[in-house]
Design a protein around this ligand. Structure first.
Ligand SMILES: NC(=O)c1ccc[n+]([C@@H]2O[C@H](COP(=O)([O-])OP(=O)(O)OC[C@H]3O[C@@H](n4cnc5c(N)ncnc54)[C@H](OP(=O)(O)O)[C@@H]3O)[C@@H](O)[C@H]2O)c1
Length: 243
């Protein structure tokens, strides 16, 4: 358990990994500001949970929204970046706007959020920035060119920023999950296999987040990679509304 109660932003708080992280932080007594498009419609019901509805893919509106958030919630000392989505296919199957949207959500919005809150966190002299990357941040695979590119960008960003922020007491961690059983796959053509060793759980990733947050002052967990024991991929049913 973290010693000191903190105010932490979690993006992607309405589902999957972000939701599991929120639950853990709230159990540990922290205050959590949860960002997602669904805001308070889903997610934890807890007096220390402050949901905010925001579309992180709308980059034109994002700086203004982030300014408003900064004014509303001060003393932020950690951000967990879990919002993101997956789109897979050969490059020619992507429209130009789909390419832009995936990169903007999975990478550029995270750089914007970091840019907005970094000065305040630096002033405090300590903080954690924890990015949820992917195994696709470590090596590219077929039908994942744009998704991989977005996660490689995030990894390079985190590595560079770690050096830049070391003297300010800010610890930067990248967590790279393999296939995790979450709604991430709901609209995809594939998902992890059915057996419990074919996937990791959102809670496993939350464990890694807490490990990075709670590590001894002066120690940085720079990257954590997690994967299922057995990599098994299954095709999803083409018509998921059917029986
Ligand atoms: N599941 C996996 O196998 C896996 C593996 C490696 C990496 N990851 C990464 O882990 C992160 C979390 O994924 P997950 O598995 O937890 O998926 P998930 O259950 O689908 O959750 C995605 C979260 O992102 C939010 N989000 C999506 N688009 C958004 C937007 N435009 N604006 C604001 N919020 C948005 C969603 O909230 P709203 O829909 O309410 O906006 C939701 O809370 C992602 O970055 C993903 O790339 C997942």
């Amino acid at each position: 358990m973290t010693q000191k109660k903190r105010k932490i932003i979690v993006t992607g708080a309405s589902s999957g990994i972000g939701l599991a992280v929120c639950d853990r932080l709230l159990t540990d007594g922290h205050e959590v500001i949860g960002l997602s498009r669904r805001g308070g419609q889903t997610g934890p019901r807890h007096p220390n949970f402050y949901p905010e509805s925001i579309n992180l893919a709308d980059l034109d509106a994002l700086p203004q929204h982030l300014d408003e958030l900064r004014n509303k919630h001060n003393n932020i000392s950690g951000i967990i970046f879990s919002a993101g989505s997956g789109a897979f296919g050969s490059l020619e199957e992507f429209s130009y706007s789909q390419i832009r949207e995936l990169i903007e959500l999975n990478f550029t919005s995270q750089a914007y959020i970091t840019r907005a809150f970094l000065p305040d966190i630096k002033k405090q002299g300590f903080g954690n920035l924890i990015y949820i990357g992917s195994e696709a941040a470590l090596s590219g695979g077929g039908r994942g060119a744009i998704y991989s590119a977005s996660k490689f960008a995030l990894r390079g960003f985190a590595q560079a920023l770690r050096q830049e922020c070391a003297k300010s007491g800010i610890r930067i961690t990248l967590i790279n999950p393999g296939m995790a059983k979450t709604p991430f796959f709901d609209d995809l053509e594939f998902s992890p296999g059915p057996d419990s060793d074919n996937y990791i759980l959102a809670d496993d990733v939350a464990d890694a987040v807490l490990l990075a947050l709670d590590s001894r002052k002066g120690t940085v967990l720079d990257e954590i990679n997690l994967s299922p024991q057995k990599k098994v991929i299954q095709k999803n049913r083409p018509d998921k509304s059917g029986p």
